[in-house]
Design a protein around this ligand. Structure first.
Ligand code: ADP
Ligand code: MG
Length: 711
């Protein structure tokens, strides 16, 4: 008899578990637990090691401790600023202590008299007695045992940890006879010293020791990571296998000419990335590479170098940007960069013609559009810069050789695939263009391995010389804010320019635009009266947008009030100050991205993060003030937001990481990736691993599955 697979467990409804009646079943469904698989993969949030438990009488002031106590009395009162303070007296047989919560009004409902709770905190002396302020509280019920698992509880669904623990124990007991199947090949398991899956499930829920619990967590976290890596590695290998790549020739001199024309020399990191890309381009398989580089790291030059390799071999190149503003900027910027560069032309007696770069977005219309489309189809356009308009119906290339996708986070995996497919469909010899994806969102390396696990990665980890550091300040409240406007006036007087970024309003572009218009009016009439102010937002027509941008570039506007449409790509070196209003509404990555619009020239730059007054600090704003290093900020971001958000960009639902942490389990990520390569390279279609395949098809969406079973 084989063990129970995840699919077997997913077929058993939770109502089969002892003690789960109709009512509890509804509550469980509310928190996403419908099957026994969902139940046993609901892992404890933490484990309390009762062997370390103290008695109240033994508590020492200033030393963190864990105590099991009973609630005696609860009270609450209101403080100024509409804050609430909840206090409770608790105790065990050896003494009493006071616990105090600020700003946690719900504690009054949670802490009922007679309830047994475990407290973790640092006792202080208060008016002659012991007190803990904002301790960690766990409701343990009457569970005994040396190590007590604490499950995520839901007040709304009225689910508590001891109920969950009971059901999970019951489920595991009933799995005991057949055991839980282990789909991971034995040699990989033993090579990594991983606990068997069946044992791991028992040890994570009912550990004998903390060490067992750790080993179980490692095993189950590994499984989560392995599944993700298997999908990614299979996708990578399938792409390499299925596609006929182009062997680009690295001779022709176009790239060298381009580099020689640059007013600066390449950074070491740029040169390295260009070499890595050249290696891919020359190889017979198609390139799928991610170029990661912080804002201002100089990705454009690397991208253009790759595109020129295509052109010098007689192919075309395309660069796709996420917005029209960005596409237009790239178009004019790249045209400038390539000014004077010529390409060989067999139809011309003199052998050369100027390199032709054209723009294709939805606002290129009429005769102009027809001309660009004709040029793409007959090959006379060498480089096409555009938005997703490039992959629309009716756009045909003669021979697309290299595709660059800028700012990946705005596109999805599907769009990347579409661009590639476009080349494949158009190219007369069925070859697939090489793809370079660029992102300015700094992602910690291990996370990149997961999110972009089907790509190779190059990193620009060195900024071009002569960059000025951006000094960031937090304008905390209206008094500080006044300094911001003074600063902007001074900079403008000194000949510089400024950005004012308006509050992000997630729910509605309409509201966001309205607020930008208000800010614009207010600044024009009050704080910045007399300065030349422009307004840029997403609801302006494309022509209007371009006019405003052009005026700003030509210094006809001193201060540009804008929504986040300026988030990416906008490059005006003379702009030296940025004020971001309601900065606490933005995420860390977005603030960093926005801030990168200044500090692009020779002048000292400043960024002001403006918020309503906040007494308690603001970790995101403070992180930005403390660091301008994108990778450091990415780590901080991961820390503050938790994991889920990262995975959401590539996987969702059941394939989420529940135990594994991209931050804490760096080593495990690398091991899982390596294991995935071993498994896939030994058997590319996983024919000999039916249990693994079954599990993947159960846990991944159909779209992920399509990749799995295509080969
Ligand atoms: P990214 O797209 O990575 O944010 P860009 O490619 O827009 O950065 O480059 C930012 C600025 O740096 C541009 O003004 C560009 O001309 C300049 N730049 C790029 N590479 C170098 C270099 N090696 N030395 C000096 N300046 C550079
Ligand atoms: Mg860029």
């Amino acid at each position: 008899m084989t063990g129970l697979s995840f699919r077997d467990l997913a077929l058993i409804d939770v109502e089969r578990i002892k003690g789960v009646g109709d009512k509890r079943r509804v509550a469980l469904r509310d928190v996403g637990i419908e099957t026994v698989l969902d139940l046993v993969t609901t892992y404890p949030r933490r484990w309390i090691d009762r062997t370390n438990e103290a008695r109240v009488g033994d508590l020492v002031v200033g030393e963190e401790a864990l105590v099991l106590v009973t609630v005696r009395e609860v009270a609450s009162r209101s403080l100024k600023n509409r804050r609430k303070m909840v206090t409770a007296t608790v105790g065990d047989g050896t003494g009493r202590l006071q616990i105090v919560f600020f700003n946690q009004a719900w504690r009054e409902r949670q802490l009922r008299e007679g309830l047994n709770i475990v407290l973790f905190g640092r006792p202080e002396n208060y008016r002659g007695g012991l007190q803990m302020t904002n301790p960690v509280v766990d409701l343990v019920g009457d569970r005994t045992g040396r190590i007590v698992p604490i499950y995520p509880q839901s007040e709304k669904a009225q689910l508590n940890t001891w109920e969950l623990a009971g059901w999970i124990e019951n489920a595991l007991d009933r799995c005991r006879e057949r055991g839980i199947l282990d789909p991971v090949p034995e040699d990989i398991r033993s090579g990594l010293g991983l606990m068997a899956r069946d044992e791991a499930f028992r040890s994570i829920h009912l550990p004998e020791t903390m060490k067992d619990k750790e080993a179980a967590r490692r095993r189950l976290a590994f499984d989560e990571l392995l599944r993700v890596q298997l999908v990614l590695v299979m996708r990578k290998r399938a792409m390499e296998r299925d596609a006929i790549g182009i062997r680009h020739r690295l001779v022709g001199g176009l790239v060298e000419q381009f580099h020689a024309n640059l007013p600066y020399s390449l950074t070491g990191a740029q040169q390295r990335a260009i070499d890595e890309i050249a290696g891919d381009l020359a190889a017979p398989h198609a390139m799928h590479r991610l170029l990661q580089g912080d804002v201002g790291a100089g990705k454009t030059v690397v991208a253009v170098s790759a595109l020129l390799v295509a052109v010098q071999g007689g192919h075309q190149g395309a660069l796709m940007a996420p917005t029209e503003v960005l596409a237009e900027q790239h178009h004019s910027g790249i045209r400038r960069l390539l000014d004077g560069i010529e390409v060989g032309d067999p139809s011309n007696l003199f052998g050369n013609r100027p390199l032709r770069v054209e723009l294709l977005t939805n606002r290129v219309t009429g005769a102009e559009r027809r001309e660009v489309l004709a040029g793409l189809a007959d090959g006379s356009v060498d480089l096409a810069i555009g938005t997703h308009a490039l992959i629309q119906e009716g756009v045909r290339f003669r021979h697309l050789g290299v595709v660059v996708v800028d700012e990946q986070h705005r596109f999805g995996v599907e769009q990347r695939a579409m661009l590639r497919a476009k080349g494949e469909a158009d190219n007369p010899d069925g070859t697939v263009p090489d793809v370079l994806v660029m992102t300015a969102t700094p992602i910690p390396r291990t996370a990149a391995m997961t999110v972009y696990g089907d790509l190779d990665v190059s990193v620009l980890d060195e900024k071009p010389a002569g960059r000025t550091e951006i000094v960031t300040h937090w304008a905390n409240g209206p008094l500080d804010e006044m300094a911001v406007w003074v600063d902007i006036r001074e900079e403008v007087t000194a000949g510089r320019q400024a950005y004012v970024v308006c509050p992000l309003i997630d729910e509605s572009e309409k509201l966001e635009v309205a607020s930008a218009e208000q800010t614009f009016e207010r600044l024009r009439l009050q704080e910045l009266v007399g300065l030349r102010i422009g307004l840029l937002h997403g609801r302006l027509g494309s022509a209007e947008k371009e006019t405003v941008m052009e005026q700003f570039r030509r210094r006809e506007i001193d201060v540009l009030v804008a929504t986040t449409v300026i988030e990416v790509g906008v490059d005006v070196p003379n702009a030296t100050v940025m004020a971001i209003l309601d900065a606490d509404r933005f995420g860390i990555a977005q603030l960093h991205q926005l801030r990168g619009r200044v500090g692009r020239g020779a002048h000292r730059s400043r960024c002001w993060l403006v918020t309503a007054p906040q007494e308690d600090g603001n970790p995101r704003v403070e992180a930005l003030v403390a660091s301008t290093d994108g990778f450091e900020l990415a780590e901080a971001d991961l820390e503050l937001r938790g994991e889920g958000t990262i995975m959401n960009t590539s996987q969702k639902g059941r394939s989420d990481l529940k135990l594994a942490s991209l931050r804490r389990d760096k080593e495990l990520v690398a091991l899982a990736r390596q294991a995935a390569f071993e498994i896939v390279d030994a058997d590319p279609t996983l024919r000999s691993q039916p249990a693994l395949v079954d599990e993947l098809s159960l846990l991944f969406t159909s779209e992920d599955e399509a990749f799995l079973f295509k080969g």
